[in-house]
Design a protein. Structure first.
Length: 549
């Protein structure tokens, strides 16, 4: 065959151009840029809001167990929505959405929890009126079991939190109720919170007065089950709003069996955790890496960061840490490691500024020396709306934690974390699965990760935080430059399991009493399309050289 040198030259030139494009694209990917990108309606996710209640509900959970986290959002003047994660970075309205829509309810917070340990996450929705528990029918539908389960509290519910306080293998439920404004004869009185014990047979028992005793009649916004004193059981920290009933925050220490069935002691005052502010949101994490949990909560004014001193007491370090943020009225808040450097950063949902100040949501980067730096507009998630709720999840399984933000009288905004475009930091995702004596969601499980750089991190599986929110129950660890880490798990029944060395940039499934499994990430890294194009061009060049001449 006569060589078609013009064709060969064209193919070779195209290949060289493509390779140069790859080099340029890779180099430009090292430039700094926004951390998050707002995902538009093209993703299939769109949820407008016309709220009268100042709490939005945003909850991540894999209702059909296909490996991708779905999203449920509430709207107090319209039907609630359930979005199915399609696994390709897009969402679609679930065919089951109408069964959990509650079109006539004034809904607030929401959360997913497998209360009956059948392997399918159930949905609990907080309402101004009777709350609703939907039982998941193996991903094929939902059944309203509120009455039979006995959890239809009819107060002004805001946030539902789940934890196994007595370590019997079943999740118990704490309901944070705000106030009866304006429907009550005495609107200044807070609606009393509720603690329900899971009986293990699909029903719950109201044990509020017998177990908690007192200090549950404030205007509560959110509580979290968390082991603040490192003794192996789940305590409860509650954030109250002094605007209605000036009761400070409450810290119930779990003291185990006794009393009238179970003993909790309010130690907030001696612990220095009884702060009295217009508290709304709550974030819990070991932000300073000293092995115990710290509390950050929002306010209509200066925010508070209670640093755990390790001796049962706390100290407010918000000002010196640079996260006091006096410029706005803030609501939901979360700790997350957005850049996977192994340090827990902080995001705050701000509803409105004060004295004409900007109300954009701050993302505080943890500098690793006890202080934070506000990224401001550079974060890409400095939502200027009247933000109330926020919840996190790695919805696209690329190893970088994403955000859903609920804005009062506007919309829910979904932000994808695009830090992977510019960062070379590694990560590790751990999904904990309980069995037997451990609740299926493994709530209360503590995980310690020691990476090859010598840095230790600790997290617990917590269900109930931020405000009206359901964060992903998977644990996301940033590893920085480390390529692997040793993983140790302390399950809620006290069993310690050493899983040993695990590779970075993987999603690992850790099941109680079993060996670890590893999921291969199915998402495409930002640079992979360029590589695929280059390989295609190279193949074309080789084919052209040998077959077109």
């Amino acid at each position: 065959m006569i060589p078609n040198w013009q064709t060969v030259r064209f193919v070779l030139l195209a290949s060289i151009t493509g390779l140069l494009y790859i080099i340029t694209a890779t180099a430009s990917a090292q430039d700094t840029g926004p951390v998050f990108r707002l995902i538009g309606p093209e993703s299939g996710f769109s949820a407008l809001l016309d709220n009268e209640e100042k709490v939005t509900g945003q909850a991540w959970g894999d209702y059909d167990q296909d490996g991708y986290l779905d999203l449920y959002v509430t709207r107090d003047n319209d039907a609630n929505l359930l979005f199915h994660n399609n696994g390709d970075g897009t969402f679609s309205r679930s065919p089951l959405w109408q069964s959990v829509a509650l079109p006539d309810a004034a809904s607030a917070g929401a959360s997913w929890a497998d209360y009956d340990n059948d392997g399918w996450p159930d949905l609990y929705v907080m309402n101004w009126g009777t709350n609703t528990l939907f039982h998941n029918q193996a991903g094929q539908g939902f059944t309203n079991v509120t009455n039979s389960a006995g959890v239809g509290n009819d107060k002004n519910g805001k946030t539902a939190s789940w934890g196994d306080y007595d370590s019997d293998g079943y999740l118990d439920l704490y309901i944070a109720n705000w106030a009866c404004v304006p429907r009550c004869a005495r609107p200044e009185q807070g609606d009393a919170d509720r603690l329900y014990h899971n009986n293990g047979d699909g029903t719950f028992e109201d044990v509020t007065q017998t177990v908690l005793g007192s200090m549950f009649a404030g205007a509560g916004f959110v509580a979290s089950f968390v082991d603040f004193d490192n003794d192996g059981d789940q305590d409860i920290y509650l954030v109250n709003d002094e605007f209605i009933n000036p009761i400070g925050n409450v810290l119930w220490r779990n003291d185990g069996q006794g009393c009238d069935g179970w003993c909790f002691t309010n130690v907030a005052t001696e612990a220095g955790a009884d702060t009295t502010v217009m508290g709304m949101g709550l974030a819990t994490a070991d932000y300073d890496g000293d092995g115990d949990f710290d509390f950050y909560f929002s306010n209509a004014g200066p925010m508070t960061l209670l640093q755990n001193q390790g001796d049962g007491t706390f100290r407010d370090v918000a000002q010196e840490a640079g996260v006091q943020y006096e410029n706005g009225v803030a609501w939901g808040t979360i700790f997350l490691d957005y850049d996977n450097d192994g340090l827990r950063d902080l995001y705050l949902a701000v509803m409105e500024g004060v004295n004409g100040q900007d109300a954009a949501n701050p993302l505080f980067r943890n500098l690793g020396d006890g202080t934070f730096a506000n990224l401001g507009a550079a974060s890409g998630a400095a939502d200027p709306g009247r933000s109330i709720g926020v919840a996190y999840a790695d919805f696209d399984q690329d190893g970088w934690v994403d955000l859903i933000v609920g804005n009062f009288d506007s919309s829910y905004n979904l932000y994808r974390n695009i830090s992977g475009n510019t960062s070379e930091n590694n990560w590790m995702t751990l999904k904990l699965v309980g069995s037997g004596a451990v609740n299926r969601d493994a709530v209360g499980t503590r995980v310690t990760v020691m990476d090859t750089s010598g840095r230790s991190q600790m997290q617990e599986v917590i269900n109930g935080a931020s405000l009206g929110a359901g964060n992903a129950l998977e644990l996301y660890f940033g590893l920085g430059a480390a390529e692997s880490a040793d993983v140790t798990v302390r399950w809620p029944d006290g069993t310690e399991q050493v899983f040993g060395r695990m590779a970075a940039n993987q999603r690992h499934i850790l099941t109680y009493g079993e060996s670890a499994e590893t999921d291969v990430p199915t998402s495409i890294a930002p640079w992979e399309p360029f590589v695929l194009i280059a390989l295609l061009l190279l193949i074309l060049a080789i084919w052209g050289y040998f077959f077109l001449r």
